[in-house]
Design a protein around this ligand. Structure first.
Ligand SMILES: Cc1cc2nc3c(=O)[nH]c(=O)nc-3n(C[C@H](O)[C@H](O)[C@H](O)COP(=O)(O)OP(=O)(O)OC[C@H]3O[C@@H](n4cnc5c(N)ncnc54)[C@H](O)[C@@H]3O)c2cc1C
Length: 291
C-alpha cells in the first residue's frame, strides 16, 4: 500500500548462516526480529520501526525426477510465488490454483495462502517445511505445519522469549525452504487455467495500491459480504478507503498514513463485532502487531 516508515535495521539473507547471524544480532541489540516477504499483506507504522527486518533472498528451485502422479520440488522461501507457478507450468507441474496471489513462497506458507475457506491452499501441496524457530533449525512435517484456513504453526507462534531474558522479545520464526508435491498436467492446459484465473482477478479485484484481503470472516459469510451488508463499501478515512470493487480490500492514495488504515479497520470492527479477524499484518513502531 506504500504506507509507513523505515526500519532501524534491514538485512537481506541468502544463506542459513545469514539467518543465524541476523538472529544473534537482533538478540544482542534487544530488537524484535520481523520477517518480510514481498510485503503484499503487511503495512508498517509511520516513522522509525525499532526492529530488525529481514528478507530472505534465497530463491533456489530444485525439481526432483519422478514417475509418480506428483513431482516433488524444493523451493526457497524467497522465491516469488507467481514466478514459481509460471516456471513449473512450463514443465507440466500444476500449481495454478494459487494464481494471482502476489508475494513470496515464505509469505504464502506463513499465512497458508490460497483460495477461499473451501478452496485450495498452499498447505495442500506441502510435504515439509524447514524453518528456524525458537533458536533451532527444524524440519516440519505437513501435520506439524497445522495448516488451516489462512493459519499455520508459524502464524500461531507466540513471541519467543530467550531463557536469559526477562522481557519478551519478539523473535519471529523464519521459514527457509519448502518441499511441495505438485500434480502434473499438460503445459498448455495449465497456461489456459492460469490465464482464466488472472482474467477473473482483474474483473473482481482493484488494481491499485492495496495489500489484498484485510479481514478474515470467522463464520460462514465471506468478509466482503459482511462489510458490504454493513454499508461500509467505499468508506474512507484520510487516504485509505475500502475498495468499491472488492469490499475486503483496503486501497490507499498518495499521502495515506498507517493511522488512516488503522481507523478504517477499527470502524469495520466496531460495526461488525465478533465476526471478523484482521488478516493483514499491521506492524507498529515497536514491532508488535496492531491487531
Ligand atoms: C492484489 C492482492 C491479491 C491477493 N490475493 C490473495 C489470495 O487470493 N489469497 C491469499 O491467501 N492471499 C492473497 N493476498 C495476500 C498476500 O499476497 C498473501 O498473503 C501472500 O502470501 C503474502 O506474501 P508476502 O511475501 O507478500 O508476505 P508479507 O506481506 O511480506 O508477509 C506476510 C506475513 O508472512 C510473514 N513471512 C513472510 N515471509 C516469511 C518467511 N520466510 N518466514 C516467516 N514468516 C514470513 C511475515 O512476517 C508476515 O507476518 C493478496 C494480496 C494482494 C495485494
Amino acid at each position: 500500500m506504500r504506507i509507513g516508515g523505515t526500519a532501524r535495521y534491514f538485512a537481506e539473507l541468502t544463506t542459513k548462516e545469514d539467518v543465524e547471524e541476523a538472529y544473534v544480532f537482533a538478540q544482542k541489540n534487544n530488537l524484535p526480529l520481523i520477517v518480510l516477504g514481498s510485503g503484499s499483506n503487511t503495512i508498517f507504522a509511520d516513522g522509525e520501526i525499532a526492529v530488525l527486518i529481514i528478507r530472505i533472498t534465497a530463491a533456489h528451485l530444485t525439481i526432483q525426477p519422478s514417475n509418480h502422479p506428483t513431482t516433488t520440488i524444493d523451493v526457497a522461501s524467497g522465491k516469488n510465488l507467481p514466478m514459481l507457478i509460471n516456471e513449473i507450468a512450463k514443465v507440466g507441474l500444476d500449481l495454478s490454483p494459487l494464481t494471482g496471489i502476489p508475494g513470496t513462497v515464505g509469505g504464502a506458507i506463513f499465512g497458508n495462502a490460497g483460495q477461499g475457506p473451501k478452496g485450495i491452499w498452499i498447505g495442500n501441496y506441502v510435504q515439509s517445511v524447514t524453518a528456524f524457530m525458537n533458536e533451532e533449525w527444524k524440519e516440519f512435517s505437513k501435520e506439524e505445519c497445522t495448516f488451516r484456513y489462512r493459519e499455520s504453526v508459524w502464524k500461531d507462534a507466540p513471541p519467543f522469549v530467550a531463557e536469559d531474558r526477562d522481557l519478551p522479545l519478539q523473535m519471529a520464526p523464519i521459514i527457509w525452504s519448502v518441499t511441495l508435491n505438485i500434480p502434473h498436467d499438460d503445459p498448455t492446459i495449465i497456461k489456459e487455467k492460469i490465464e482464466l484465473l488472472l482474467k477473473r482477478r482483474i474483473e473482481t479485484q482493484p488494481h491499485q495500491r492495496t495489500a489484498g484481503s484485510c479481514f478474515k470472516a470467522i463464520g460462514e459469510n465471506p468478509a466482503w459480504q459482511l462489510i458490504d451488508a454493513a454499508g461500509l463499501r467505499g468508506m474512507k478515512h484520510g487516504g485509505v478507503q475500502i475498495s468499491e470493487k472488492h469490499a475486503n480490500f483496503l486501497i490507499s492514495e498518495k499521502g495515506a498514513t498507517f493511522e488512516d488504515a488503522v481507523k478504517v479497520v477499527s470502524v469495520v470492527k466496531e460495526k461488525i463485532p465478533e465476526k471478523l479477524e484482521v488478516e493483514m499484518r499491521f506492524i507498529k513502531t515497536n514491532g508488535s502487531l496492531a491487531y
